[in-house]
Design a protein around this ligand. Structure first.
Ligand code: FE2
Length: 695
């Protein structure tokens, strides 16, 4: 059980840049003349990062018709009608934090539902929010939470949240979600204005959600350039009714992925059209807006201000010198990426330690984004790169214990190895990795849940098994992986770092290791292994990836952009003679291989197609759906880890139904806790609907 004194609690609140309220033991009726005026609090309310005795609360109260207030009264109660108020505090709001307000409430009871609201001096009140504290560290009760990622309000609807709310409201109290883990792409900073792209995006119409005051236009889209622009995109996302209701119902644990800063961004660099550009000021602006709009326990070294970010001053200077971990040593880069620390752990009872990491701020350059990497790609094999090439590019100078080849074979040619003098891909960065290993080793929770914003599960195909004559010979030596622009470029192709992490788990006898991720816009369930056949396959944990809430996935993109007459199109988006619509064959390609896909396209016979499965392709995978959207729910107990994927139809328009629209399928993936020396196993059950290409 966490015991915290009022004094250490106040120190914590100051460190988090939040006002502090301490719960009282005798609840009393509210004396605040609150009447709800949502028009004064258009971004709603939120709570975040619950611990067993405290939680952060959030709202925004900007001036309305010139009527600015300097403080808000925050109240926390045990009931929705505020007859049992346990904490009240005055919290400042000002232009310096874009009128957002953060309050840390302590002295609360563990595993308890609370209600909260904000009221200004006029009695104008926010909507009422609901939150829930974490169970105490010794509580053995099962923990339930959802994990989500990738909501795109410019291109889609947030029906997944409506479905999640609908089901949670109807669940027994002990079955309700304790929190929602958001693994990034909470916003998409790249915005298409509808007039710039009248044809829309794939199946989607473009919504006019924001106009950046100082935005920069690149090709046909717009990006934010300063903190005002980043704040504007958060505000407009929060006007979405489904997202806003979700934030008002559960505490969120939020971690940024790439789009909170920049699409192909890494450290404080942006990359457009293959060119890196210094963007230290934008990285700080992105961090500032994240800090202001997400109630999260983040550390900012800029000072212990109660109500504002205090951005460090940086200038946009080219970054030319990188250290042995690939970290840019330019001082403004270091200041910018350290202006907000997002990685952290949170604990839910005896069973769950959630370790959340940052995959963007410290990472080295993605090798497959380099122009030279194009030499290993071919229009004859869209999206596919030989795995042995990915392996050499990832390891750089460390390949084969420091003996990287000078050239790499591709299609009979010897191409210079442009990575031979560079360090292996490093996604976590040296400092965070030390912290991560320390947390993994010291965790006393049954399940060590790694909230990695990017996926860890290998994504590969077997073009070496294509029949002669269908297309040109495969230029690789064996299996194919995918480059970063086709969905990888994550922990699945950072082989060296992933191997280091999984070896650490194995060598320290860590059991109950589970990875949950987003970013890929697709559902994946499988086993965490550092290598696949023909190398040894030795799982050390379980791993899951959630589909996007609403951002388009690769199947939708391929339906539109994969050349119609390409000989390999049907491996990705194909159909059997009896099908009336295009099917997500890419799922079968990743799970079973090319022979299964070609059989399906010929006969439409799924069992016959699966019978041709390549057993060496994906022994790690139980389930993959590159076309699904929705969310994942995790139920964790002392001996079981179960992830349920709730897949909804492509969220092109908002559903007006109270349940957010139908469910396409619901799949459950369950692992029993394994002991040292045992191999984790995953069982898959489709409990509703159909996902025949995914299993
Ligand atoms: Fe995304």
């Amino acid at each position: 059980m966490t015991t915290i004194t009022r004094r250490t609690f106040l120190e914590t609140a100051i460190a988090l840049g939040a006002s502090a309220a301490w719960g009282k033991s005798l609840p009393s009726r509210s004396k605040v003349p609150w009447h709800e005026r949502r028009d004064y609090y258009r971004e709603g309310v939120a709570s975040g990062d619950p611990e067993s005795d405290s939680v952060l609360l959030w709202t925004r109260r900007p001036p309305v018709a010139g009527d600015a207030v300097e403080k808000l009264k925050a109240e926390v109660a045990q009931d929705e009608s505020f007859t049992q108020v346990v904490a009240t505090v005055d919290a400042p709001v000002s232009a310096a934090s874009d009128w957002t307000c953060r309050v840390l409430v302590g002295g609360l009871r563990p595993a308890h539902v609370y209600w909260y609201r904000f009221t200004d001096a006029n009695g104008y009140g926010s909507r009422v929010g609901r939150t829930r504290t974490a169970p105490s560290d010794d509580d053995v009760q099962p923990v339930r939470f959802a994990f989500v990622s990738c909501q795109n309000a410019n291109q889609g609807a947030q029906n997944a949240y409506r479905r999640m709310i609908f089901e949670d409201e109807r669940a027994a109290e002990q079955e309700q979600l304790g929190f929602v883990l958001h693994l990034g792409d909470f916003i998409y900073e790249i915005v298409w204005y509808p007039e710039d792209r009248p044809q829309g995006m794939y199946d989607r119409r473009l919504r006019d959600i924001v106009r950046y005051e100082h935005g920069e236009r690149i090709r046909d889209f717009h990006i934010p350039t300063d903190v005002g622009d980043y704040r504007a995109i958060y505000r407009n996302y929060l006007h979405d009714p489904d997202l806003q209701d979700a934030r008002a119902r559960w505490p969120f644990v939020c971690m940024w992925d790439n789009h909170e800063f920049s699409w192909m961004g890494w450290q404080s660099l942006q990359r457009f059209a293959g060119v890196d550009r210094a963007a230290q000021t934008r990285k700080v602006a992105a961090n500032q807006a994240f800090f202001e709009y997400q109630p999260a326990r983040l550390y900012k070294p800029s000072g212990a201000s109660l109500d504002q970010f205090d951005p460090p001053r940086v200038v946009d200077v080219p970054i030319t010198h990188f250290d042995e971990h690939g970290l840019g040593q330019e001082p403004n880069n270091l200041t910018a990426i350290h202006s907000l620390r997002g990685y952290r752990t949170l604990r839910w009872g005896r069973n769950v330690e959630l370790i959340v990491t940052d995959q963007r701020s410290y990472r080295s350059e993605e090798p497959t984004y380099r122009a030279e990497a194009q030499q290993f790609m071919s229009d004859d094999f869209p999206a596919l790169m030989p795995q042995e090439v990915l392996d050499i590019l990832d390891a750089g100078s460390a390949y084969r214990n420091g003996h990287p080849p000078a050239t790499i074979k591709y299609g009979g040619k010897d191409i210079p190895n442009f990575r031979r003098d560079q360090p292996p891909t490093n996604i976590l960065g040296a400092e965070q990795k030390v912290w991560f290993f320390d947390r993994l080793k010291k965790s006393t929770a049954t399940w060590k849940v790694w909230g990695d914003t990017v996926a860890t599960l290998d994504m590969r195909a077997d073009p070496q098994n294509l029949p002669n004559g269908l297309t040109k010979p495969w230029p690789g030596a064996g299996f194919a992986g995918f480059d970063a622009s086709s969905g990888a470029g994550d922990h699945s192709t950072a082989y060296t770092e992933r191997g280091e992490i999984y070896d650490f788990v194995r060598d320290h006898g860590i059991t109950g290791f589970a990875t949950i991720a987003g970013d890929r816009h697709s559902f994946w369930a499988g086993l965490a292994a550092k290598s696949l056949p023909p190398k040894p396959f030795e799982p050390v944990g379980i791993a899951f990836v959630t589909g996007s809430i609403s951002a388009p996935g690769i199947i939708e993109a391929f339906e539109h952009v994969f050349p119609k007459d390409h000989p390999l199109r049907s491996l990705f988006v194909g159909q059997a003679p009896s099908d009336t619509t295009i099917q997500p064959l890419m799922n079968m390609l990743l799970r079973h291989g090319v022979r299964s896909c070609l059989e399906y396209v010929r006969s439409g016979d799924i069992p016959k197609a699966r019978a041709l499965s390549n057993p060496d392709l994906s022994p790690h995978l139980s389930f993959v759906d590159m076309g699904g959207h929705g969310y994942a729910v995790v139920r964790v107990s002392s001996d079981l880890f179960e992830t349920e994927f709730v897949c909804i139809p492509r969220p092109i328009e908002r559903s007006e139904r109270p349940d957010g629209g139908p469910v396409r399928y619901r799949s459950r993936h369950r692992a029993k806790l394994w002991q040292r020396e045992q191999t984790p196993k995953l069982e898959t059950l489709i409990v509703e609907g159909d996902s025949k290409f995914s299993v």
